[in-house]
Design a protein around this ligand. Structure first.
Ligand SMILES: C[S@@+](CC[C@H](N)C(=O)[O-])C[C@H]1O[C@@H](n2cnc3c(N)ncnc32)[C@H](O)[C@@H]1O
Length: 230
């Protein structure tokens, strides 16, 4: 199992520690709340993880269905979201099974999850992109929002690898509009940055953070929005 999937399945608390340092400037939360009036909206979120994106909107939503294929991530999400007063329904569901889900939601959103699927099966990018877009559009009345990486520890926004580049190209060909945000991580010091970033992104990044003695790690994030009202 690769390092990232191992973390999702077995070390959700460490993943949570990582994302608690991400986007210290709060750009994604500001973007999502400028874009959408979440008040009274029904929301379905895929790959919700430990609830990092959910926390940005859930208190204003009417209800949220939160899906992920890791029981550990969902347990951590339940703890992190215990203060939310709106109805939350957490469900173990693989992104490959979106076709089994029925319902009507105002907004369907995912964060850094669908990219894993297309990257894992590069020979089927077109198939999976089509599948994900088709089923998210079927479930969403108003907006479909995909949040994916445009690179960590990089000075320019760029898809990390050809699979994600192709995924993003296909999304834009299907009518999704891309916005680019800075979501830099900030840590107390470079040692902490190296330890926490390295556990997820690997030793090369860990060593490079120490060598440069940096505690702010630059990151770009793309938000792809399909507005069904247009
Ligand atoms: C990078 S994390 C993002 C989590 C959360 N959206 C966030 O912003 O922190 C990716 C998440 O997708 C989930 N995931 C990965 N592959 C999946 C799949 N095939 N089906 C459902 N969830 C999946 C993982 O368990 C993990 O929670």
């Amino acid at each position: 199992m690769n390092r990232m999937f191992e973390m999702y399945q077995q070390y959700a608390d460490r993943y949570d520690q990582l994302v608690n340092h991400e986007d210290y400037a709060g750009n994604l939360k500001r973007f999502l709340n400028d874009l959408i009036d979440w008040q009274g909206k029904t929301v379905c979120e895929f790959g919700c993880g430990t609830g990092r994106v959910t926390k940005m909107y859930a208190e204003r939503a009417a209800s949220c269905l939160l899906c992920d294929n890791s029981a550990q991530m969902l347990e951590q999400a339940a703890r992190n979201l215990s203060g939310i007063t709106r109805p939350l329904n957490l469900r173990e569901l693989d992104n490959r099974q979106l076709d089994t889900l029925s319902g009507n939601f105002d907004i369907v959103i995912e964060g850094w999850s669908f990219g894993h699927l297309v990257a894992a099966e590069p020979e089927r990018i077109e198939y999976w992109t089509d599948f994900l877009v088709q089923h998210c559009s079927r479930l969403a009345g108003q907006l479909v929002i995909f949040i994916e990486t445009l690179g960590t520890d990089t000075e320019q926004p760029k898809p990390p690898g050809p699979s994600l580049a192709e995924f993003y190209r296909l999304l834009e060909a299907s009518g999704f509009v891309r916005s680019e945000l800075r979501t830099d991580y900030r840590f107390e010091n470079s040692r902490k940055a190296s330890e926490i970033m390295g556990a997820f992104f690997g030793n090369t990044m860990a060593d490079s953070i120490i060598a440069r003695d940096i505690k702010v790690i630059p990151e770009y994030t793309g938000v792809w929005v399909l507005d069904k009202g247009r």
